[in-house]
Design a protein around this ligand. Structure first.
Ligand SMILES: Nc1ncnc2c1ncn2[C@@H]1O[C@H](COP(=O)(O)OP(=O)(O)OP(=O)(O)O)[C@@H](O)[C@H]1O
Length: 259
């Protein structure tokens, strides 16, 4: 694995860039102009919160950035690589390897145990089972879910399911995490745990784009984007914390899970 000792061109490329993104949903009613021309650049290791009223288009933006929906126009670059022509299959591979996604609705596999739900993306990505198990154990412990490994998703509370979904999104240590309301159904203790986990991953160099209504979660970010009516209404850097640790240049962050 490559490891950069000083700034390189690769490091300077934004982890994520979007240019003139447009997406209109055509449902039953009038077309919904969810994203109306968004330019966005997210640096490696940056933690960006996207806030805004319900219906502003935040989730749609996140879906576009993760390749779950296609823009009507505009472009997306990941680590400087243009994703416009990527097939669905290619996006799936990238989501397995370098983009962790956690949704508002947990999307856990209902007939798999908690352990299997978390390990599955690692195994699909070719991680040896022993390592997948170790990652899973550690993440579940960090999220306060030790002892729930054998439970099925339906036996967990909403908050617990949400944390399992977060563990699953993080198990491959993706350099980029896209999170849509990851603490949406958590109480304040659960929200604090998620916040701590996101902050810890951020400090280790992970790039995070977080959609949230929760001001506490947003306050953990380096930068807060206010989204309104399909556009970026405001884009503000928050007070900078300590710089994130260096990341490798191979597209895989060299994170150490233990502090
Ligand atoms: N699949 C879809 N089909 C039709 N309209 C959609 C679809 N998805 C979203 N929309 C509409 O697009 C607009 C933006 O929705 P989006 O979910 O992106 O907003 P949001 O800011 O994430 O809202 P919330 O905070 O409530 O989750 C809304 O008017 C919504 O009704």
């Amino acid at each position: 694995m490559l490891r950069a000792d000083g700034p390189t061109q690769a490091d300077e490329r934004p982890a994520l860039r979007a240019e003139a993104l447009v997406k209109t949903h055509h449902g039953e009613g009038a077309p919904a102009h969810a994203v109306r021309g968004v330019d966005l650049s997210v640096r490696r290791g940056e933690f960006v919160a996207v806030t805004g009223p319900s219906g502003a288009g935040k989730s749609t933006l996140l879906h576009l950035l993760g390749g779950l929906q296609r823009p009507d126009s505009g472009g997306i670059w990941l680590d400087g690589e243009c994703a416009d022509r990527w097939s669905e299959a290619r996006w799936s591979v990238e989501r397995r390897k370098r983009i962790g996604i956690v949704f508002q609705f947990f999307n856990l596999v209902s007939n798999l145990s908690v352990a299997d739900n978390v390990e599955l993306p690692a195994l699909l990505a070719g991680v040896p089972p022993k390592r997948a198990r170790a990652e899973r154990t550690e993440l579940l412990a960090e999220l306060g879910l030790t002892g729930k490994e054998r439970s099925m998703p339906g036996e967990l509370s909403g908050g617990e399911q949400q944390r399992v979904a977060l563990a699953r999104a993080l198990v491959n240590r993706p350099p980029l995490l896209l999170a849509d309301e990851p603490a949406g159904s958590l109480d304040s203790k659960g929200t604090r745990e998620v916040m701590r986990l996101l902050s810890r991953f951020h400090q280790r160099g992970q790039t995070i784009v977080l959609v949230t209504h929760d001001a506490r979660l947003a306050s953990a970010a380096d930068r807060v984007i206010s989204f309104f009516d399909g556009r970026i209404a405001d884009d503000a850097e928050l007070d900078a914390g300590p710089p994130p640790r260096r990341a490798g240049t191979s597209g895989v962050l060299e994170l150490e899970l233990r502090d």
